[in-house]
Write a protein that binds this ligand. Structure first.
Ligand SMILES: Nc1ncnc2c1ncn2[C@@H]1O[C@H](COP(=O)(O)OP(=O)(O)OP(=O)(O)O)[C@@H](O)[C@H]1O
Ligand SMILES: [Mg+2]
Length: 528
């Protein structure tokens, strides 16, 4: 009996492994397209716009060009659209076109430790894939580097091989510089609502005041978000990881890849803020000699170093590699688009999240004017605008560290009694050389204690500024109400006093009103 059971199991295992074969990354995402943000008709269209716009902005900024980006959507059928994205960026050399648009994880920025919007190397090939999956058609790319030739390529992806299939290619004589991508999509829907492409562009414009965006919607309506600043953001540059919050696995991987002769020199040259004296401090805590070859570091030794680092104070990470939008620019953009009666901004100093990755948080709040969001029943809701490296995050707010930080603040303490329904906009931009997203769709930041703490501190800071403004406004409002009431009764009082003492009613009224003004220190302003 027992013997028969064993034979059955062996047979089943053999059968099972007959089907065992490798799949390409493209094949994986074809079957799991929701991981890339292609879920739901509205979201899928916004995802396409997002992938194209983020690439254009990254390319322009790396090349030091003030971005001019046009997005055009045209409806071809019920849930069938054509998209076009054009930028004035540096263009893409012809030899890279097929790997950029037809291969996932090609030319990835994964290893660069640099603050860019793109970080995975799958975004735009995902657009090609989604377009061909829903329409069976190729995407068309036109790209010029200003050299006199514009390359026009139509391509699809060979999903099994994760490789481009060129459908058509031709060269046109033209000195145009930039990139244009055009394609068709089915199973998508344009919407002006919070999760649609128009809102995505509006928020992108707020966080990128140096760029001009033109958006042509399926009805042919053209909206231009003009740049409010001509300052090109500081060019992103690579920065070394910071030793704080390194995890052991990350540390071991770096040590294995290091060309350093000793662990001590590896620490000094491959991390920021690690000086000779800091290495000496680490040496005094660990039980082995840091003269050891880093490629031979054991897991337990790496654990000792990571633990020692946790106990030592290091300077905050350098700011050069992190490019926040900046107080002035945020203020300009917020004033330009929201026209609030009150706004406050704050940028925290850089900090480090898990894996030794530096990050920085900037926060703005706006109250009154066009702040808050109108909802369909005619009411108003507080609006939380989440951004990561200036990219709006419209989806998956529930699991996002930014939303969690917003929810963790007791807004009543800052005089925002009905937090959910106020003319209030909260703007949070998280900048980092590596944003820890919860998925490849890049719409939600994972729960990192350091990130939540920094955002919370910044929010409490702007909350205090709002409270000062609001209490002053409330006091003035109360004073105004008292003044109006007292003035109203002063005429009756003057007439009654005049009847009692027989003195001139107008003189009594004048004296009374002077007294009220003096007592309330009323200067005649604040009438709303
Ligand atoms: N409009 C463009 N102009 C110039 N280069 C571009 C443009 N679009 C894409 N590229 C190049 O193609 C690369 C691949 O783009 P892709 O969107 O697939 O990945 P990514 O932006 O690096 O990362 P992510 O997957 O996070 O978006 C980019 O890193 C960039 O070098
Ligand atoms: Mg990208």
């Amino acid at each position: 009996m027992a013997r028969k059971k064993t034979v059955d199991v062996e047979k089943t295992a053999d059968d099972m492994f007959k089907e065992f074969k490798e799949v390409s990354v493209t094949e994986f995402f074809r079957k799991n397209k929701s991981h890339l943000g292609y879920a739901g008709k509205i979201r899928s269209l916004t995802t396409v716009v997002h992938e194209l716009v983020t690439n254009s902005l990254d390319a322009c900024e790396e090349a030091g060009i003030l971005p001019e980006i046009t997005i055009k959507l045209k409806q071809l059928g019920q849930d069938h659209y054509r998209f076009t994205c054009q930028d004035n960026g540096p263009g893409i050399p012809i030899k890279h076109i097929s790997s950029v648009f037809g291969k996932m994880l090609a030319g990835t920025k994964f290893h660069r430790n640099i603050q860019l919007r793109g970080q995975q190397g799958i975004g735009v090939a995902g657009v090609t894939l989604f377009s061909q999956m829903t329409t069976g058609k190729p995407v068309k790319i036109s790209s010029g580097t200003g050299s006199g030739v514009v390359h026009e390529t139509k391509l699809m992806i060979d999903v099994r091989k994760n490789n481009a299939e060129i459908v058509e290619a031709r060269d046109i004589k033209d000195r145009w510089r930039g990139t244009q991508i055009e394609g068709e999509l089915k199973g998508v829907l344009f919407s002006l609502a919070e999760y649609g492409p128009f809102e995505y562009m509006r928020r992108t414009a707020i966080a990128n005041p140096h760029a001009t965006f033109t958006f042509i919607d399926p009805e042919g309506r053209k909206t231009t978000f003009e740049r409010s600043s001509k300052k090109i953001p500081q060019k992103p540059c690579e920065i070394k990881p910071h030793p704080k919050n390194m995890d052991v696995d990350e540390f071991i991987q770096m040590a294995k890849a290091s060309k350093g002769r000793h662990v001590s020199s590896f620490l000094e040259t491959e991390f920021s803020r690690v000086s000779k004296s800091k290495v000496a401090e680490i040496q005094s805590t660990v039980t082995f000699d840091l003269k050891k070859n880093p490629r031979r570091l054991a897991w337990s030794e790496a654990e000792e170093i990571v633990k020692a680092i946790a106990e030592i104070d290091f300077m905050a990470p350098p700011t050069e590699g992190l490019c926040p939008i900046g107080d002035d620019q945020v203020k300009k953009a917020v004033l330009n688009i929201l026209e609030p009666e009150f706004e406050a901004t704050i940028a925290r100093s850089p900090s480090v999240h898990s894996g030794g990755v530096p990050f920085q948080v900037e926060v703005a709040v706006a109250y009154g004017g066009n702040a808050g969001r109108n909802i369909s029943d005619g009411g108003l809701r507080t609006e939380v605008m989440r951004f990561a490296n200036r990219v709006p995050l419209l989806f998956d707010a529930g699991g996002c560290a930014i939303q969690k930080a917003v929810n963790s603040v007791d807004w009543k303490r800052y005089e925002l009694r009905d937090f959910e329904h106020s003319p209030f906009t909260i703007f949070v931009n998280l900048v980092s050389t590596h944003i820890p997203y919860t998925s490849a769709g890049k719409q939600s930041v994972s729960d990192d204690d350091e990130i939540i703490k920094e955002i919370r501190m910044a929010l409490m800071d702007v909350g205090r500024k709002f409270k000062r403004y609001h209490s002053k406004k409330r006091r003035e409002f109360e004073k105004e109400a008292r003044y109006t009431a007292l003035m109203k009764y002063s005429t009756e009082l003057a007439s009654a006093v005049s009847q009692i003492n027989g003195k001139d009613e107008q003189k009594i009224l004048g004296d009374l009103q002077d007294l009220i003004k003096k007592k309330l220190r009323y200067s005649g302003g604040n009438k709303e």
